[in-house]
Design a protein around this ligand. Structure first.
Ligand SMILES: [Zn+2]
Length: 398
């Protein structure tokens, strides 16, 4: 079984009770461990309005749900969708709206509809659950991590005690804003997509929220994520009218479309990546090639990267844009001042090279670095101010 109740004991709950990934029992009280789990009388009182299996597929690309041209940049992007909750209807107090509509069901249907849009654009998509099954938060994150997802999106709807009038969108990121800035990129694009699609009449003035507002260590599902991740609380199912909208396949589809457009805009802005290509002391062919290219390039002086020595590691950077080969692709599209390197948590000097076809970054390890593993964090942004998807590396100093 899961950690129901346990995390809530230590949770810092600020005035209201949200439906979050780690808070499964908001308004009705936690079930004490070991208590009988007889069927909740609210089960099947009210549920989603049924729709044909191909309901979403038949609407993808229609006038109501057009595929924007820029959605082509979703091709090959690996997206793990995590519909929150599931398998909990035998628990007293499972998450539901005032008339019994289950959050687990609406989350799953939105995820399935979102997948229809994404696969239509050749994104690679997996769901953490395909039915009403129960997974732990860690299991959900592990699915995304092991698959090597580029993006991990948790889909939820929100709840609040005794305030049925509340209904707005929030999107949650893990920890501090500087922890993994790409989480904020993902969260912002998802939030903007939801704004456009749902057009809820009210907003909260800062809709991107840190999960540290809810728990000292954040949401388990985000804490365990080793890839760019965000958690959507698209709207409140405790709002009576919103609960009834959330039963409807058309409304679920509209929400999914908003998330899709958000993801498409994000991908279009370019998803930067970094790759470790030489550990300390390793000779690497790319540097030799780059040196030759630099020598033959006419016109302005071009910096030539040094051969790595025992204290140098080399990364290749990808701005997420240059490979499109658009006019001007040989110009630098990485904001040089956005590059920050930390070795074992401390700022470290680096040198950035661009020869018009590839970017290299050399990092000098601190003098006297002990043999063994060292943690390197490498942050940078492309010209659209989109941050590198994975900034964390481990290098082995021998
Ligand atoms: Zn939830």
């Amino acid at each position: 079984m899961m950690r129901y109740g346990c995390e809530r004991v230590t949770a810092k709950i600020v005035g209201m009770t949200f439906c979050t990934a780690v808070l499964l029992c908001p308004s009705i009280g936690c079930q004490s461990p070991g208590s009988p789990t007889d069927t909740d009388p609210m089960v099947a009182v009210n549920t989603l309005i049924e729709a044909p299996d191909d309901y979403a597929a038949r609407r993808v690309g229609t006038d109501a749900y057009p595929i924007p041209t820029y959605a082509k940049f979703l091709k090959g992007v690996k997206i793990c969708l995590n519909p929150g909750h599931g398998g909990d209807a035998d628990q007293r107090g499972f998450k539901r709206g005032p008339t019994g509509v289950r959050e687990a069901e609406m989350n799953l249907r939105v995820a399935q509809y979102l997948r229809e849009f994404l696969v239509a654009c050749d994104a690679d998509v997996i769901l953490t659950r395909e039915d009403d099954s129960l997974l732990s938060y860690e299991e959900r994150a592990t699915i995304a991590n092991d698959w090597g997802a580029d993006l991990f999106v948790s889909l939820h709807h929100n709840a609040i005690d005794n305030k049925p009038e509340v209904n707005y969108t929030t999107v949650w990121y893990h920890g501090e804003v500087s922890y993994r800035p790409s989480n904020l990129d993902l969260a912002r694009y998802l939030c903007d997509g939801l704004y456009d699609a749902l057009a809820l009449p009210k907003i909260t003035d800062v809709p991107l929220k840190s999960d540290h507002l809810m728990y000292k260590n954040g949401f388990a599902v985000l804490r365990h994520a080793e890839v760019t991740a965000a958690l959507c609380e698209s709207s409140f199912f405790t709002h009576p009218a919103e609960e009834q909208r959330l039963r409807q396949p058309e409304y679920n589809l509209r929400e999914a479309y908003g998330l899709f457009v958000g993801l498409a805009r994000y991908a279009a802005a370019g998803l930067p990546r970094a790759k470790l290509i030489a550990q300390a002391g390793e000779a690497i062919e790319p540097l030799n090639q780059m040196e030759k290219q630099a020598e033959t390039r006419s016109g302005e002086a071009v910096m030539v990267p040094p051969m790595p020595n025992d204290a140098t590691v080399v990364f290749e950077l990808d701005d997420g844009l240059r490979n499109r080969k658009a006019w001007g692709h040989d110009r630098n599209m990485i904001l040089a001042d956005s590059i920050v390197v930390r070795v074992n948590g401390r700022r470290a000097p680096h040198r950035f090279y661009d020869n018009g076809s590839r970017y290299l970054l050399s990092v000098e390890l601190p003098v006297g670095s002990e043999p063994g593993e060292h943690k390197i964090e490498l942050q940078f942004q492309n010209m659209n101010k989109i941050s590198v998807l994975n900034p964390f590396f481990t290098v082995d100093v021998r």
